[in-house]
Design a protein around this ligand. Structure first.
Ligand code: DGL
Length: 249
């Protein structure tokens, strides 16, 4: 079974790596929409249009299920996509609020500006006091400079400055790009840190089953000039067999 995975950039590779680990391998097409990055400062109708373009491409290439490895796109339009592509199962990513709330009453939630404005996201915020720093520029810093995370660490340190007297009981990563900083954030805030990757991986295994064949990733990069850099990142980060495909996009 071929599974399509979508994100605005390298963030969703953290999700895909966990899907591969939990399923044991399998065939994937990763749609890396760097030409339109960052999603987090766009409008909902732009995001919906980008998702339709990605889903059209992936289904035309034979994807039988689609994982939206992007919290922003999940919050904005996963319900609409499920209706529009009713033959395709969709797996969305959501911030892991419940396990975070179990740690205590002060939760730091990191998400993109557009995610923070979505009803689907706000409805998850119950059972604790949620502190949400302005993370504008954080996904960009990771997308542009990975494997260096220095600019991202500086951006986040600045965003957290006004909250320096809060003692957080947990942190929630509501953007797949931020998962590259998971350990650093946990140390910096001195609390456990949760992302939604495990939930997506288990749900993908439930819907698509396990695999015994080695993982293979066909990579689509919409910013064609950057394709070699992304192929290298995809190979190194996932450890899977990766190759570039260039359909008409
Ligand atoms: N990785 C995405 C997310 O999970 C979006 C980052 C961006 O493009 O702003 O929300």
């Amino acid at each position: 079974m071929v599974i399509g995975v979508i994100d605005s950039g390298i963030g969703g590779l953290t999700t895909l790596k966990e899907i591969i680990r939990v399923r044991g391998g399998g065939d994937y097409i990763y749609y890396l929409d760097n030409a339109r990055h960052p999603y987090g400062t766009r409008t909902p109708s732009e995001i919906h249009a980008y998702m339709r373009k990605a889903c059209d491409t992936l289904t035309a290439l034979g994807a039988e299920a689609i994982a939206i490895a992007c919290n922003t796109a999940t919050a904005v339009c996963i319900d609409a996509l499920r209706k529009e592509y009713s033959d395709t199962p969709f797996i969305g990513i959501e911030p892991s609020i419940k396990p975070a709330v179990r740690q205590g009453g002060n939760v730091c939630v990191l998400a993109t500006p557009l995610t923070l404005k979505q009803d689907r996201f706000s409805k998850l915020l119950t059972g604790a006091t949620f502190h949400m720093p302005d993370c504008t520029g954080l996904a960009d810093a990771i997308e542009e400079e990975y494997p260096s995370l220095l600019r991202a660490q500086k951006t986040l340190t600045k965003a957290l400055y006004s909250m320096s007297d809060v003692r957080f009981d947990s942190a929630v990563l509501g953007c797949t790009h931020y998962s590259y900083l998971k350990e650093w954030i946990s140390k910096r805030l001195n609390c456990p840190c949760f992302d939604g990757n495990g939930g997506v991986a288990r749900q993908t295994r439930r819907i698509c089953g396990e695999e015994t064949c080695a993982a293979r990733i066909a990579l689509i990069v919409t910013a064609k000039g950057s394709a070699p850099r992304y192929l290298e990142i995809c190979r190194k980060f996932t450890g899977a067999y990766c190759y570039l495909i260039n359909p008409q996009i």
